[in-house]
Design a binder for this molecule. Structure first.
Ligand code: KIV
Length: 266
């Protein structure tokens, strides 16, 4: 199997095959996810809160993104690698957005960028796709706008928000985005958007009727502590598995059960 391209993703939508996407931030995890056959690995700016311990995604720098994406890209034989454009790397001007998108693709090894926004980012998405860099859009709950939204809230429940969401979706498609993430919107609205758009929709907290789904890998693996939004399914509790292994190691070192002959040189 060769590398998944944006054309393959469009074909999957056209043929009704669901698209899988997960976040990844490091080489060993990306190697496992890629070998499992996930279609897209997103190096999300969620690296800020998930990996680097920040309160939100706002402090993440272009350097942080490139550093983590290089590791992920080295591990990926099949999945399309998408790099998130961090806060203030594309909002200041279209020139900045093009320059930063170009640098991020050039230095990181990713094949596409993702950025947040709808109508307000139409010109920016068009400018980046016009220099032949594929753009994944992200609408609905956009974490970089956390302060404007007044917290992480479901979007598109009221009529005005619903209309805005539909307008944003059409704008990013018109601008040339190859797909769009729909975050934290009612399933009914995500279904309507997915029907209206020709490009694939990737949902997170947007119900089953999107063309694909994305989750943050640490949430899926049970490595996010108490953090558990409604849309997250914890497929395994790795925190428990890791704690058990580490406690066993501590106890065996203390009791001199480790290392035994099997793990020592004669
Ligand atoms: O940064 C991220 O992890 C994301 C996904 C939640 C879509 O944008």
């Amino acid at each position: 199997m060769g590398k998944i391209t944006i054309l393959d993703l469009q074909k999957m939508k056209d043929e009704g095959e669901k698209i899988t996407m997960l976040t990844a931030y490091d080489y060993p995890t990306a190697r496992i996810l890629d070998a499992c056959g996930v279609d897209i690995l997103l190096v999300g700016d969620s690296v800020g809160n998930v990996i680097l311990g920040h309160a939100n995604t706002l402090p993440v720098s272009i350097g942080d993104m490139i550093h983590h994406t290089k590791a992920v890209a080295r591990a990926c034989k099949n999945a399309l690698v998408v790099i998130d454009m961090p806060f203030m790397s594309y909002q200041t001007s279209i020139e900045d957005a093009k320059r930063n998108a170009g640098r991020m693709i050039k230095e990181s090894g990713a094949e596409a960028v993702k950025l947040e926004g709808g109508v307000n980012m139409e010109g920016t998405i068009k400018a980046i796709t016009d220099i032949d860099i594929p753009v994944m859009a992200h609408i609905g709950l956009t974490p970089q706008s956390v302060h404007k939204m007044g917290g992480y809230r479901v979007q598109g429940r009221e009529d005005k928000q619903r209309e805005k969401l539909l307008t944003d979706a059409l704008a990013v498609e018109r601008a040339g985005a190859f797909s769009v993430v729909l975050e934290a919107i009612p399933g009914k609205l995500a279904k309507e958007v997915t029907k209206k758009l020709k490009i694939p929709t990737i949902g997170i907290g947007a119900g089953v009727n999107c063309d694909g789904q994305v989750l943050v890998i640490n949430d899926l693996l049970g490595l996010s502590g108490e953090f558990r939004p409604k849309f997250v399914k914890k497929y395994v509790n790795l925190e428990e598995v890791i704690s058990k292994a580490v406690k066993e190691y501590i106890s065996e070192v203390k009791s001199e059960a480790f290392p035994n002959d099997e793990h020592s040189f004669q």
